[in-house]
Structure formats: structure tokens, C-alpha cells
Design a protein around this ligand. Structure first.
Ligand SMILES: C[S@@+](CC[C@H](N)C(=O)[O-])C[C@H]1O[C@@H](n2cnc3c(N)ncnc32)[C@H](O)[C@@H]1O
Length: 263
């Protein structure tokens, strides 16, 4: 993940974040069931985009927590609402002297080093019966990544030419889906609902992925083969094999949403 403790990265992310449609998160928060007057915790609030989504439900208070100082600064500058408060802190070991009716964490959990620690902190900060919505928008280990798919084709073409290639492992993610579910089970949260949303790419997007992958793979292949002609040949073979997917699209993995409740 980008290091959001750097002002430049935090401002860069937030520059684009404000234009991002809020409809999906608001829909997910509806399912969480925030009521008017609730105290809500926004875990990894960043510059306050997710906090603004929470505020549409008329809570009494939203406390946004983020370990990045520049993000907290941006949130204080941009979210002009006296019901919102922003605190710098690490969610994996967060202790506050208040309790919350609901908690939300948008686009954060797959970035965390200590997911179990974060789940336990949120659990301890919730009132009994309190709900927690979070999503895992990065890849799970084992989900098919487009770059893995390209890698397989490139490796196959290389093998045909008597060369064995290895790419860095990009299968991504600390957990597969089952392991994350087990981890949640280890906390005292009950799982109310899980929803997987496939991320498909096709057409231009897939072409872009292909292009990016090829740009990265090219120097690697050149180093391995020391022969421009063979590398071009492999490039053509890859293009031919992948072109049939341009129309059909390919699943890149899933964005997974979790609704938990403190039993
Ligand atoms: C991709 S941003 C999402 C921000 C915001 N929730 C939104 O939807 O715009 C992820 C945020 O998580 C924060 N973060 C990552 N690890 C954290 C931790 N251990 N404790 C608190 N915040 C953390 C980062 O600083 C960053 O602001």
C-alpha cells in the first residue's frame, strides 16, 4: 500500500477520492443499520470520505481513526461537521474511553498487518449488539489475477523455447477467503452476512492490464533470454492467446463485504 503517513501520498489519494461515487458504501451502510443518534467509529477514516458517508445517516457522533497524521489533518480540514471528530491512532491496538453502536471500515482491512488485532480492537470498542461493516477489496490468496494468467502464458512460451522463467509471486494477500472467515470466527464476532462482488475486466481495461504486464515482463524476459527476437516472438504469442478474452472478460478476484455483529 502507499505510505499514507507521507503528506504527498495522502493528498494524492484524497485528490481522487472525493470524486468517487458514494453509492456503494452508503448501500452497504444501510444494511449495517446505522440509526439516527448512533455513535459510529470509522476505522481507517483517511481524509474523511467514508466519514461523510456515515454522516448521511444522521448519527450523533462519528469518530474517525487513522494512523496517518496527514490523513487526519485533511479530514479535519475537509469534513466540516461538528458531529465528526478525528483521532490519530493505530487500529490494531486502539483503546478509547468510549463505546460505539456501529463501526465501519472502508478499503482498509486488506492493507493491515495485524488483522486479528484490528478485529479485536473494534470488538472491544463496540457495545453489545453493535454492528461492524468492513470490506476486503484487495486480492485474496488464490484468486486469479490477470497478471498471474499472463505469467502462465509467458512461462509456457518460454518453456517451449527451452527456458524456465520465474516471476515474483503476485498471487497476493495474506489470506484466502476461508482463512479470513476462520480469523473472524476466532474473534467473538458473529458473521451476519458476507457478499462477494466479482471484479471483471474486459475490452480496453484488459488491454491496459496486458500492456502494463508486458511493460514489466519485458526487461525480465530480455535479461533471461538476451535475445530480442525471441522476446518479441513470445510477446506475439501472448497477445494472440489473450485476445480471445478481450470480449469475454475475466474475473480479477472479488471485493468482499462483511457485516459482523458483537454477540
Ligand atoms: C485506502 S485508505 C481508505 C480511507 C477511507 N476509509 C476512505 O474510504 O476513503 C486506507 C486508510 O487506512 C489507514 N490505515 C492503514 N493501516 C491502519 C492502521 N493500522 N490503523 C489506522 N489506520 C490505518 C491508512 O492510513 C489510510 O488512510
Amino acid at each position: 500500500m502507499n505510505d499514507y503517513t507521507l503528506e504527498e501520498n495522502a493528498r494524492g489519494y484524497m485528490g481522487e477520492r472525493w470524486d468517487f461515487p458514494k453509492t456503494d458504501l452508503i448501500k452497504n451502510l444501510k444494511r449495517l443499520g446505522i440509526s439516527e443518534g448512533d455513535f459510529v467509529l470509522d476505522v481507517g477514516c483517511g481524509g474523511g470520505w467514508s466519514t461523510e458517508c456515515v454522516l448521511t445517516f444522521n448519527p450523533a457522533r462519528v469518530v474517525g481513526v487513522d494512523y496517518s497524521e496527514p490523513m487526519i489533518k485533511i479530514a479535519r480540514e475537509c469534513v466540516e461537521d461538528e458531529r465528526a471528530e478525528f483521532i490519530q491512532g493505530d487500529i490494531s491496538s486502539l483503546v478509547l474511553d468510549q463505546e460505539f453502536d456501529q463501526a465501519v471500515s472502508e478499503d482498509v482491512f486488506h492493507h493491515l498487518d495485524d488483522v486479528a488485532g484490528a478485529l479485536n480492537s473494534v470488538y472491544n470498542l463496540l457495545k453489545e449488539g453493535g454492528g461492524f461493516f468492513f470490506n476486503w477489496s484487495g486480492y485474496f490468496r488464490g484468486d486469479e489475477l490477470i497478471s498471474n494468467y499472463f505469467q502462465r502464458i509467458v512461462s509456457y512460451e518460454a518453456r517451449k523455447r527451452g527456458m524456465s522463467l520465474s516471476f515474483p509471486d503476485q498471487s497476493g494477500g495474506k489470506f484466502n477467503r476461508k482463512e479470513l472467515k476462520e480469523l473472524i470466527g476466532d474473534t467473538c464476532f458473529d458473521i451476519k452476512h458476507i457478499k462477494m462482488k466479482p471484479r471483471k475486466v474486459k475490452g480496453e481495461d484488459l488491454r491496459d492490464h496486458h500492456h502494463d504486464f508486458w511493460e514489466e515482463a519485458y526487461p525480465h524476459l530480455m535479461d533471461s533470454f538476451q535475445n530480442e527476437r525471441i522476446v518479441r516472438e513470445i510477446g506475439l504469442a501472448v497477445r494472440k492467446k489473450t485476445s480471445k478474452f478481450l470480449k469475454k472478460g475475466r474475473t480479477l478476484g472479488f471485493k468482499s463485504n462483511y457485516w459482523l455483529v458483537k454477540a
